[in-house]
Design a protein around this ligand. Structure first.
Ligand SMILES: *[C@@H]1O[C@H](CO)[C@@H](O)[C@H](O)[C@H]1NC(C)=O
Ligand SMILES: *[C@@H]1O[C@H](CO)[C@@H](O)[C@H](O)[C@H]1NC(C)=O
Ligand SMILES: *[C@@H]1O[C@H](CO)[C@@H](O)[C@H](O)[C@H]1NC(C)=O
Ligand SMILES: *[C@@H]1O[C@H](CO)[C@@H](O)[C@H](O)[C@H]1NC(C)=O
Length: 494
């Protein structure tokens, strides 16, 4: 079967080879699953078959059809029958042709088989040639690659050789250096050995010194222990010494007490015989001075100044510190607050000692006041106050005078206690008027009051009644023509 198919195929191939040049008539025959296509030759090439007959075998397979009734149908049937007969004839011719051709085709097929084999061989040869060409191409590729690799490797080798050269140089240098260093090292070792030897000697010396020092230390510690022992005994001795010292301090204190007593006696002696400060004229008198005159006093401990005061050492036992004195009209008494505060005039002549000093003096201890007066006819009288003092400036030098006695009037011409001091510029009186301006001077005015020893000193020739002159009302009335006034103090317990 396979061989038959192969043969048919070869035949068909041959047919194809012969029919490629010109167009042919084609016919298809279906046999089972296979279909055969026949290409019919042209008439000019093929000689007409004389015995071409169409057998009616195929026609006969199918039964004849029933005859139609109509004539028309009969005519159609006759046409069809003619056509059928013509086809059957053609088929017969074809069968013959095929049989003839197959016979001649078999021979042709043999020759064409050889052809095809040679063609296949040729084809195989060309295939082999092309394959070998491809192989050679591949081989050349591989070769080039290998060459590339080898060249690269060579380059690398060159690089490596360069590198190794460099390394070798390096190593040479380093070996040289190492040799140099080893030379140095040997030198150093020699030196070290020398040094070691020296230090060893020195160490030995030091060790011997150390031993000596240790011996010294031992000796010194022995000494220290001895000293400690001595210290203990000395502390014992020191306690006894302290006791002795205490006894000595006792005796020293006794001696000091004795010397103090001696000093006290010496001071008392000095006080009696050396110049010193006095609080007032009474102290000066007690110190032994009996002459009236100017003396310095220390009015109080807080007042270190030494104002000059006039001391009356004659009147009624003396020891009087003069606060005010008038003898002629040479000193102006019509002054302001500040002048009366600080004092004015000469202590040897007409003057006012000063309210501040009077306050300090009379407030330091109890004083008595003595007022001495003399009129134009030369009559003398006095007013005495057992207790006298004035306040400070913060209280406007208020007057305090008690324990009146005397010959200048039966009652006191001084105003009552608490009367403030007034001047022409500081009016502290109980009058709607200003007494210090009316009566002139500075004084303890109480609605002007019965006295003013600081009024205007009128000359003795004047006989006119004046209300601003010196006044001591309860002695001579409102118009005292005094020629002399003195106010002075002395300790009450004198
Ligand atoms: C070798 O091969 C590399 C890559 O594979 C390529 O870049 C290079 O050009 C080739 N050299 C030569 C000389 O062919
Ligand atoms: C202690 O005192 C005694 C006599 O009182 C004396 O012999 C001794 O040396 C003293 N010691 C010292 C350490 O002064
Ligand atoms: C006033 O008295 C003083 C002192 O006694 C004296 O120096 C002076 O000259 C007298 N003045 C008159 C105006 O009398
Ligand atoms: C003292 O006098 C002034 C005016 O001159 C007055 O203001 C003051 O209150 C007085 N002082 C006393 C304590 O009265």
């Amino acid at each position: 079967m396979g061989r038959q198919l192969a043969l048919t195929l070869a035949y068909l191939a041959h047919l194809l080879a012969t029919a490629t040049s010109s167009e042919r008539q084609q016919h298809r025959v279906q046999q089972g699953r296979c279909s055969y296509t026949f290409i019919l030759p042209r008439c000019e090439h093929c000689h007409p078959l004389k015995d071409f007959q169409v057998t009616n075998t195929l026609q006969r397979d199918s039964p004849p059809e029933a005859e139609p009734d109509t004539s028309q149908f009969k005519a159609g049937m006759a046409q069809k029958e003619e056509a059928f007969l013509a086809g059957e004839e053609w088929l017969q011719k074809l069968e013959n042709f095929i049989q003839e051709n197959v016979r001649s085709g078999m021979e042709e097929m043999k020759s064409t088989a050889v052809h095809t084999q040679t063609a296949a061989m040729l084809e195989m040869g060309t295939n082999l040639l092309s394959q070998s060409a491809e192989q050679t191409r591949k081989l050349t590729d591989v070769e080039t690659q290998v060459l590339n690799q080898t060249s690269r490797l060579e380059i690398q080798l060159l690089e490596y050789s360069l590198f190794t050269n460099r390394l070798e140089k390096h190593i040479l240098l380093q070996t040289q250096e190492i040799s140099r260093l080893s030379d140095k090292n040997s030198l150093l070792e020699q030196r070290l050995l020398a040094l070691e030897a020296r230090y060893g000697k020195e160490l030995q010396g030091l060790q011997s010194e150390k031993q000596q020092l240790q011996e010294l230390v031992e000796r010194q510690s022995r000494l220290v222990s001895q000293l400690q022992g001595e210290l203990v005994s000395s502390t014992l001795n020191s306690t006894s010494l302290q006791r002795q010292q205490a006894a000595l301090t006792d005796t020293v204190q006794q001696l000091l007490a004795m010397t103090n007593r001696c000093n006290g006696e010496a001071e008392a002696f000095a006080r009696m015989h050396e110049p010193r400060t006095f609080r007032d004229c009474a102290e000066i008198l007690r110190s032994g001075v009996t002459e009236s005159g100017l003396y310095g006093i220390q009015a109080s401990i807080n007042c270190p100044s030494f104002p000059q005061v006039f001391c009356d050492m004659k009147t009624r036992g003396g020891g009087w510190t003069v606060l005010q004195h008038r003898r002629n009209g040479s000193v102006n008494f019509h002054r302001g607050w500040r002048d009366y505060k600080m004092g004015f005039g000469e202590p040897t002549g007409g003057h006012w000692l000063g309210n501040d000093i009077i306050h300090k003096l009379t407030s330091s201890q109890e004083y008595s006041l003595h007022v001495q007066l003399k009129d134009r006819e030369g009559n003398e009288a006095f007013s005495h106050y057992d207790h006298f003092y004035i306040d400070g400036e913060d209280n406007n030098y208020s007057l305090h005078a008690e324990g009146f006695s005397g010959t200048a009037g039966r009652t006191s011409s001084l105003t009552h206690s608490g009367t403030q001091f007034s001047t022409k510029d500081r009016d502290n009186d109980r009058c709607t008027c200003k007494c210090a301006q009316l009566a002139s001077g500075g004084w303890w005015f109480e609605a002007c009051g019965p006295s003013n020893l600081n009024g205007i000193y009128y000359p003795s020739s004047s006989s006119v009644v004046r209300y601003n002159g010196i006044k001591w009302y309860y002695w001579k009335g409102p118009n005292l023509m005094a020629t002399m006034t003195t106010m002075m103090v002395r300790p009450a317990n004198f």
